[in-house]
Design a binder for this molecule. Structure first.
Ligand code: T1G
Length: 695
């Protein structure tokens, strides 16, 4: 083996101090190559009699992001991380970890196994394994409580949260904070140890006091969460083992870790991790993004105000343009309230809040868009109004300005055709509330220029959003799939399930809210407007449920009117609206339908299969680049439970054969709605799964 030691784990000598430099871009992930290199470098320094202390530090943006997530699910190869850490812990020479950027998961576990830890300004540490459906598997749940106590360790490990360096020092996790490069900070600590000014100590020698109250509180909190995930509860069990002798605790922790490693929750959460990061792999990636500093947002409604807020939080200069002068002041106060909320949530500091307040203007004058690098239109959904506006913007805006529409379903090609610069027109579909929801569907029209797409992705990343490239069709990726999901739920209702039962089944599956509760939240009149818009082109053979229309006919539009499918009274949990129940029963009688019972499992199977079937068509038509992009849309825009990975991840767990069997079974009742996409048959034939298509 080419001696890589010097490349990815370089050995440096500073007098009687030996240093190991972790250098495996992009994040010094502790995969086999880096583990082996660290292990060998450490052996070298241990054997060298001239070396009296050893420092580990990282090259690049971070000390390390922990274990290599790409290795999950594969067989363990030695040296495993626990083996490497045992050598560090057992060392007779003082071992110091010098941390910068981030030290997450296995990287923090590595530091915990050393004898002293120094962190530099800006460092964040954490054991975020529960966010990946795991728990610390290399001693973190045993060694962290030995430094900061059981209660703090439970908080950090079961939440997976980031811990800023200052707090880490207060908790006793870091022995020292320093400014400047970690390497030098590490050397300084080593010198102090060798000079006797600082005591180095094995973490394993420390003990952990019981804290039954903290354990009880944590267990109750984790069990009351919806959905109740397995990893945080197993992590709690692992931390509690820290009161045992270290070897027993390590053994228990590893057993729990391996149990979770084999689980679906881990597979779903790891899939979500990589799906979020894969969306940026677009054909337009080589194109150079245009510079964007000033953005004009057209429309002072909820979406316009949310988009403007998101841009201000992202550091852009913003002009919000609202044609109706009476609404300009409302738009301004809406933005100010959102910014105040962002300050409260810690998304802004006092300083950046002040700066954001000074970076925006509100006006009714469309000419304010003339110097904008980017214009984002968020007016009401009407093709005529949007085309008219884009024609005006085409005349007002400077050459090279990007003209974006926030439409959630209208034809972006048609909007682009209203201008003489279709190459500069693109769809930027935000989700409400736009300053909170992370998804942006970047809708690429036929003539959209590559650098426009690249600019949209760069902007979305700067806003902390997850951009997903979508082609032009009715509803793009997300709303198109949502329509089928909702129709499956509407048909279940007609066939005998009740809306509270349907919602409960999907909430047990992990959705924060079932489809009928979501309809009530979004406003039943909004969905009705969409149905009315499509009425003229609805195929006669399409099964149509009139239930929602009849509920609207009662003036029941959901939460905003206090009743819809459910009744909403302040301070009370929503209850099923018996008036709506009667409408369903009456409609069944009119359609001569004999209601039958559906299990929760069958309800989930039908709704999920409807989503998957439409998602496969979205893929077939090239509206989405890859299955993982569809999952990213569902996870970051539609509340699909993260631990389930997304509909395409689920499709691989279910398998094409079973999906086809289901669709063909359901098609007996409704062959128009339930159709097997061609790609699904191909997958069955060639034995491939959707993960293979992620590239
Ligand atoms: N393993 C493999 N690849 C990783 C990685 C990791 N741990 N972390 C990041 N990457 C890749 C990522 O996919 C992307 O690749 C590139 O690095 C840049 O990442 C035994 C079992 C560190 C805060 O949970 O939170 O240790 O897309 O785009 O926004 O107990 O990445 O360019 O090809 O996210 O600046 C615990 C996960 C592992 C940390 C940087 N560690 N990473 O954010 O860049 S479990 C984590 C992050 C563990 C032990 C257990 C973030 C980051 P590509 P990025 P970023």
């Amino acid at each position: 083996m080419k001696d890589e030691t010097n490349e990815i784990a370089g050995v440096e000598i500073e007098g009687d101090i030996g240093l190991i430099r972790l250098a495996k871009p992009p994040v010094n992930a502790l995969g086999l190559a880096l583990r082996t290199a660290v292990y060998e470098a450490f052996q070298t320094l241990t054997r060298d009699p001239a070396i009296r202390a050893i420092v580990l530090y990282g090259e690049g943006r971070f000390f390390s992001a922990g274990a290599d997530i790409k290795d999950f699910g594969k067989a363990d190869v030695e040296p495993t991380l626990p083996q490497v850490l045992k050598v560090l812990n057992d060392s007779e020479k003082p071992v110091i970890a010098a941390l910068h950027g981030v030290a997450f998961g296995g990287a923090l576990e590595l530091a915990l196994a050393t004898h002293l830890r120094v962190g530099v300004t800006g460092l964040r540490i954490g054991l975020p394994e529960v966010k990946l459906g795991l728990l610390p598997g290399a001693g973190g749940a045993q060694r962290l409580p030995r430094l900061c106590g059981l209660a703090s360790a439970i908080d950090i490990i079961c939440s997976g949260r980031d811990v800023p360096a200052e707090e880490a020092q207060t908790l006793g996790i870091l022995d020292r904070l320093a400014d400047g490069p970690a390497r030098e900070a590490g050397i300084a600590v080593a010198r102090d140890v060798l000079a006797g000014g600082l005591v180095s100590r094995r973490t394993d020698e420390r003990t952990v006091a019981e804290d039954p109250a903290a354990v009880e509180v944590a267990r109750n909190r984790l069990q009351s969460k919806r959905p109740t995930l397995t990893a945080p509860l197993k992590a709690l069990e692992a931390v509690c083992a820290a009161t045992l002798p270290i070897d027993h605790g390590l053994e228990k922790e590893r057993a729990l870790f391996m149990e979770l490693m084999a689980g679906d929750e881990r597979a779903g959460l790891v899939h979500a991790f990589f799906a979020e990061r894969a969306t940026g792999r677009i054909p337009e990636k080589p194109a150079k993004p245009r510079e964007v500093n000033r953005v004009a947002v057209i429309g002072g409604g909820t979406m316009g105000v949310g988009i403007a807020t998101s841009l201000l939080i992202g550091g852009y200069d913003v002009d919000l343009i609202e044609a109706q002068s009476a609404r300009v002041a409302d738009a301004r106060s809406g933005i100010e309230q959102n910014l105040a909320g962002a300050l409260k949530r810690g998304k802004l500091t006092e300083e950046s809040h002040e700066a954001a307040l000074g970076k925006f203007g509100c006006t009714e004058n469309l000419d304010a868009a003339k110097d904008a690098d980017l214009v984002i239109e968020a007016i009401f959904e009407n093709m005529e109004a949007k085309s008219g506006l884009f024609a005006k913007l085409d005349a007002i805006c400077k050459p090279g300005a990007i003209l974006a529409t926030n439409t959630s379903y209208l034809d972006v090609n048609e909007i682009a055709a209203a201008t003489a610069r279709p190459g500069d027109v693109i769809g930027l579909h935000f989700f409400s509330p736009a300053h909170i929801m992370r998804l942006i569907e970047v809708v690429v029209a036929d003539e959209t220029a590559p650098e426009c797409v690249a600019t949209a992705f760069a902007l979305a990343r700067k806003l902390g959003k997850v951009p997903v490239r979508a082609g032009v069709c009715d509803g793009f990726i997300g709303n198109r799939i949502l329509t089928q999901y909702r129709r499956a739920a509407d048909y279940l209702l007609l066939d005998g399930a009740d809306f509270a039962g349907i919602d409960a089944a999907l909430e047990d599956f992990g959705f924060a809210m079932g489809p009928f509760a979501v309809n009530d939240l979004a406003g039943l009149d909004i969905a009705k407007a969409t149905r009315d818009r499509k009425a003229a082109t609805r195929p006669p053979e399409e099964r149509y449920s009139r239930v929602a229309d009849q509920i609207c006919d009662q003036g029941w539009f959901g939460r905003k009117t206090g009743q819809g499918y459910y009744i909403y009274e302040a301070g009370k949990a929503p209850v099923a609206n018996q008036g709506a129940v009667k409408i369903v029963e009456a409609e069944r009688r009119v359609l001569n339908l004999r209601p039958r019972a559906f299990s929760g499992e069958e309800i989930v199977a039908r709704c999920l299969t409807a989503m998957i079937a439409e998602a496969v068509r979205v893929l077939e038509e090239g509206i989405a680049l890859r299955p993982a992009d569809i999952d990213a849309v569902e996870l970051f825009g539609y509340g699909f439970p993260r631990h389930r990975g997304g509909p395409m991840h689920q499709a691989d767990l279910i398998g094409p054969a079973e999906l086809i069997r289901r669709i063909e079974l359901y098609a007996v009742e409704d062959p128009h709605f339930w159709r097997v996409p061609e790609l699904l048959r191909e997958m069955q034939c060639n034995g491939r799964n959707f993960a293979d298509l992620n590239g």
